[in-house]
Design a protein around this ligand. Sequence first.
Ligand code: NI
Length: 175
Amino acid sequence: MAQLPIITAPDPRLKIKARPVPAVDDKIRRLMDDMLDTMYGAIGVGLAAPQVGQSSRVIVLDVAREGEKPQPLKLANPEIIWHSEELMTGNEGCLSLPEHYAEVTRPAAIRLRYLDYQNEIREMEASGLLGMCLQHEIDHLDGILFVDHISALKRGMILRKLAKAKRSRAPATAA
Ligand code: NI
């Protein structure tokens, strides 16, 4: 397994709708394994393929708390086929928007269809932290970031700070 570089906002690659994978084959399994490695290395609870520059509908998650048994999830082509009317609000962050957090409101429960690591079609229901993270990662596959769910004022503030941080990190280029 290998750790991949994580793309941070603002970056046009984070705004593109990712392509469905034709099947979960060895290449996709390797991407899933590398993404999980990358996510654990960055101390994240979820990661979507566009965040490592891959336009593929692949996400990985592990919402187990510190000290709990790991619960890695590797999903391809996840699709929300039902969501509750009831909403929940949680504090979200993102490895592509480092050090920024905001309250985001989403459906409290969802039902999902996806392809698993063995290329089998599966369904699962999720709520709470897992439901929130799944919706956040699936958003990434459609080019949506958590800041797209908050006020334009707050979004602008976060993205400006990230752009500034990025400029100060960029190596000087010869004109
Ligand atoms: Ni994210």
